[in-house]
Design a protein. Structure first.
Length: 157
């Protein structure tokens, strides 16, 4: 089945929140947080659908010339199929078209699959944050410069 990436809408919030709770049980966003994010003009959120099912989502805060990836989630049985790469590439392309020159994100230090994806998309490690996550997990801060745009071609992950 084909995956379609499209803007997140208000009617997607419940399904996205359910997926968020499955993926991030110790620090899941509430449905209200997703509602608040969708209401902000500086935020852009996408969902990935397979048929009627949401299999992934991602969001970014854009305040050109900077952007900050807020969240990325893909249903466990669909991870490794290019969905996160397609979501992030689409967000980055839109942000850069709007004048963004640098995109930042934080990722769990122990999430090697995400590190590899972000590096393929041109992100580089710039620092670490100890005990960043509510469960005490460390974060790696990564940054992508616009000059890395050629790495988005193909949306591979």
């Amino acid at each position: 089945m084909n995956v379609v990436v499209e803007p997140m809408r208000w009617w997607d919030v419940d399904a996205v929140h359910d997926l968020e709770c499955d993926l991030f049980p110790s620090d899941a966003w509430s449905a209200e947080q997703f509602w608040q994010e969708l209401a902000q003009p500086t935020r852009r959120y996408l969902v990935a659908r397979e048929g009627a099912a949401i299999v992934g989502y991602a969001g970014v805060f854009v305040m050109a010339p900077d952007a900050d990836v807020q969240t990325v989630g893909v249903r466990p049985d669909r991870q490794g199929h290019g969905i996160a790469g397609a979501l992030l590439s689409t967000l980055i392309e839109a942000a850069e078209a709007g004048g963004v020159t640098h995109t930042m994100l934080e990722v769990r230090a122990d999430n090697q699959a995400a590190h590899a994806l972000y590096e393929r998309l041109g992100f580089e490690r710039i620092s670490a944050r100890q005990r960043y996550y509510p469960d005490g997990g460390d974060a790696i801060v990564m940054r992508r410069a616009r000059s890395s745009a050629e790495r988005l071609v193909g949306h591979d992950d």
